[in-house]
Design a protein around this ligand. Structure first.
Ligand code: SAH
Length: 271
C-alpha cells in the first residue's frame, strides 16, 4: 500500500481540494498513529461505529473493513464526494452529509473519530447524551488537559468538573502536529472516553455560576452569578443555607464532589 501522506496529497490534488481550516480539516497522514487508533478501538464484527468528520476516509475505510457497520457524518459536501467514491465497494457504511451538532445520531456502540477541533466541547457533551461502550477520540492536547484537570490546577474548569461525573477519560497517546496535513498549530492526543453517568440541570447551572468567577470564594461567586441558578430567590439568603466551609473555598480549589454537594444543598432550598 502507498504511503498515507503521499496517498492523501494525491487524492486532494486529483479532486482539486483546498482544505478549509475553519472546518478543522487537518488530515491524518501518520499511518502508525492510525494503526494505534484502530488497535485501541478493538473492532468486532458486531460493532456499529460512529465517526464524526471522516474526511477522505483515512479511518473510515479500515473501520469499515473490520467492524460490522460504520456511520460517518461529514459536513463538507466536497469532501463527502471523495469519500463516496472511495467507499464504493463498502456496503456497510452509512454516509450522512451534514453537521454532526445538528443531527440525531443513529444507534452506535463505539465512536472512533479524529474530531474537528472547533466543536470539541459541544460534540463531547452531545455524545455523552447517548449510551455507548466507549470512544477512541483525537482531541487537541490543550483541550484534553482541560478535560482531565484536577482541582487547584490552571486547567481546572467547568469542563473538568462536568466530565468527572460523566465519563472516565484515559489518555492513550500523544500525536505531534506533524502527523497531519496541513499541520495544525497545536499537538493532539488520542484518548479513551467511557461514559459513566449523567449530571442534572442544577448541578450544571451551579458549575456555570461558580466558574464565571474561578478565583473568587465560592460564596461571592454564587451571589454574583446567582441568576444562572435561579431568577426568583434572594442569593444572599440562599447561600447562608449552604455549608460555610465550602463557601469559604476558592472556586478553582473545589472538588467535583464538593460542587455536587453545594448544588444538592441548593436544590433542597430552591423551589
Ligand atoms: N478523520 C479524518 C479527518 C479529520 S479533519 C482524518 O483523520 O484524516 C475533521 C473533518 O471533520 C473534516 O473533514 C471536516 O470537514 C469535518 N467537519 C468539521 N466540522 C464538522 C461538523 N460540524 N460535522 C461533521 N463534520 C465536520
Amino acid at each position: 500500500m502507498k504511503n498515507l501522506a503521499t496517498e492523501t496529497k494525491k487524492i486532494l490534488k486529483d479532486y482539486n481540494i483546498r482544505l478549509n481550516k475553519r472546518l478543522g480539516q487537518h488530515y491524518l497522514i501518520d499511518d502508525s498513529k492510525r494503526q494505534k487508533i484502530l488497535f485501541y478501538a478493538d473492532l468486532k464484527d458486531d460493532d456499529t461505529i460512529l465517526e464524526i468528520g471522516p474526511g477522505i476516509g483515512t479511518l473510515t475505510i479500515p473501520l469499515a473493513s473490520r467492524a460490522g457497520k460504520v456511520i460517518a457524518i461529514e459536513k463538507d459536501k466536497r469532501i463527502a464526494t471523495i469519500l463516496k467514491d472511495r467507499l464504493k465497494d463498502y456496503e456497510n457504511v452509512e454516509l450522512i452529509i451534514g453537521d454532526a451538532l445538528k443531527i440525531d445520531f443513529p444507534y452506535f456502540n463505539k465512536i472512533v473519530s479524529n474530531l474537528p477541533y472547533k466543536i470539541s466541547s459541544p460534540i463531547t457533551f452531545k455524545l455523552l447524551e447517548y449510551d455507548f461502550d466507549f470512544g477512541i477520540l483525537m482531541y487537541q492536547q490543550e483541550f484534553a488537559e482541560r478535560m482531565i484537570a484536577k482541582p487547584g490546577t490552571k486547567d481546572y474548569s467547568r469542563l473538568s468538573v462536568a466530565l468527572y461525573f460523566m465519563a472516565d477519560i484515559e489518555i492513550l497517546d500523544y500525536v505531534p502536529r506533524s502527523a497531519f496535513l496541513p499541520p495544525p498549530k497545536v499537538d493532539s492526543v488520542i484518548l479513551k472516553l467511557t461514559p459513566k453517568g449523567k449530571i442534572n440541570g442544577i448541578f450544571e447551572r451551579t458549575c456555570r455560576a461558580l466558574f464565571q468567577h474561578k478565583r473568587k470564594k465560592a460564596r461571592n461567586a454564587l451571589i454574583e452569578s446567582f441568576h444562572e441558578i435561579s431568577a426568583d430567590a434572594d442569593p444572599r439568603k440562599i447561600v447562608e443555607l449552604i455549608d460555610p466551609r465550602l463557601l469559604e473555598k476558592r472556586v478553582f480549589t473545589l472538588t467535583a464532589e464538593e460542587i455536587l454537594k453545594i448544588s444538592n444543598e441548593l436544590k433542597r432550598v430552591i423551589s
